[in-house]
Ligand binder design. Structure first.
Ligand code: ADP
Ligand code: BMX
Ligand code: ZN
Length: 291
């Protein structure tokens, strides 16, 4: 059964066909439109998936936001240009005429990454550091989504009560500091207006402020991981997202975590499926089976 998998992030939309052997074909990407009204997202999704629909039997969506009863509810609408609600499942049902399943992007990626390390443990956590900071928990081999879809939204736990206001309305969330948008928002002087990708590029050239911004993000992530270890007793934390996968970032998080007491230490690794974990996890959930 061929699944059309779609990943809706705050920065990019991705889609691909995934067959029952988990092979990916015809992967495509588009930038995520920034618009308060749903029309722009609907039309970008239409453009993205139109060539793939004739080859698919079902649709599986991994999307940023709380996914509850098929609707996307943004906890941080700033990540989607101010868009608060989007009727994900009904929109894709109309576009494709196929059965549609939708799940939070980080929860989907968690499920894929769990299958890459399940021989070792049945208790793991995935964290994406991307436009925002998202996450997911597998406990005893079960993916926790929560009754309302909120489980694993680690980006909205408290990092600093004196920190910046998060788009969710709370002060000092992890996401407001550590995410790609958080890093960019804190940039000053010659880095003002730069996105996280260019701040990483400047850091690699030795730019002191760029390096400090990335270190601040990595330290914030390490403290989050200690909290996650204390609350879940997970045996592994997997890092994904374009910031999480950026060269040297995981190593900085590990160095920072190593400064904390032994009880907070946990094995860490980069996402096995790299930028495709969300696509693969959504397809796997829709296929209802295992890799
Ligand atoms: P999405 O949030 O749409 O899933 P990404 O995982 O690509 O997308 O995350 C987007 C964020 O990652 C943006 O803040 C962007 O500036 C940053 N980014 C993209 N590429 C890189 C890179 N090579 N190194 C560091 N940061 C990156
Ligand atoms: C935000 C939140 C999460 C999401 C996370 C990572 C919204 C729109 N999204 O915390 O649901 O999982 O960002 O999303 O409120 P990404 O776009 O960075 O992959
Ligand atoms: Zn928040």
């Amino acid at each position: 059964m061929v699944t059309l998998a779609i990943d809706i992030g705050g920065t990019k939309l991705a889609a691909a066909l995934i067959d029952s052997e988990r092979h990916m074909h015809q992967r495509r990407e588009l930038p995520t439109p920034a618009s308060k009204t749903p029309d722009a997202l609907r039309s970008a999704l239409q453009t993205l998936v139109a060539p793939l629909i004739p080859h698919a039997r079902q649709v599986a969506i991994a999307s940023t936001g709380i996914i509850h009863e098929g609707t996307l509810l943004a906890i941080n609408p700033q990540n989607l240009g101010g868009l608060l609600h989007f009727p994900l499942v009904s929109t894709l049902e109309m576009l494709s005429g196929l059965p549609v399943l939708a799940v939070n992007d980080a929860q989907a990626a968690t499920w894929a990454e769990y299958h890459a390390c399940q021989d070792e443990t049945s208790d793991m956590v995935f964290i994406t550091v991307s436009t925002g900071v998202g996450g997911g928990v597998v406990s005893g081999g079960t993916l926790l989504t929560g009754r309302g879809g909120l489980a694993g939204h680690f980006g909205h736990t408290l990092a600093d009560p004196h920190g910046p206001r998060c788009g969710c309305g709370r002060i000092g969330c992890v996401e407001a500091i550590a995410s790609g948008r958080g890093i960019a928002a804190a940039a000053k002087d010659d880095l003002a207006g730069c996105d996280a990708k260019s701040i990483f590029a400047r850091a690699a050239e030795g730019h002191a402020q760029a390096q400090a911004l990335i270190t601040h993000s990595a330290h914030t992530l390490a403290r989050l991981i200690a909290d996650v270890k204390a609350t879940t007793d997970c045996q592994r934390v997997v890092l994904g997202g374009s910031v999480g996968l950026a060269s040297g970032y995981l190593a900085q998080v590990q160095t920072s975590l190593a400064q904390l007491p032994a009880v907070y230490q946990v094995a860490m690794s980069a996402a096995h499926y790299r930028h495709d974990a969300g696509l693969l996890g959504a397809a796997l959930l829709a296929q209802g089976g295992h890799f």
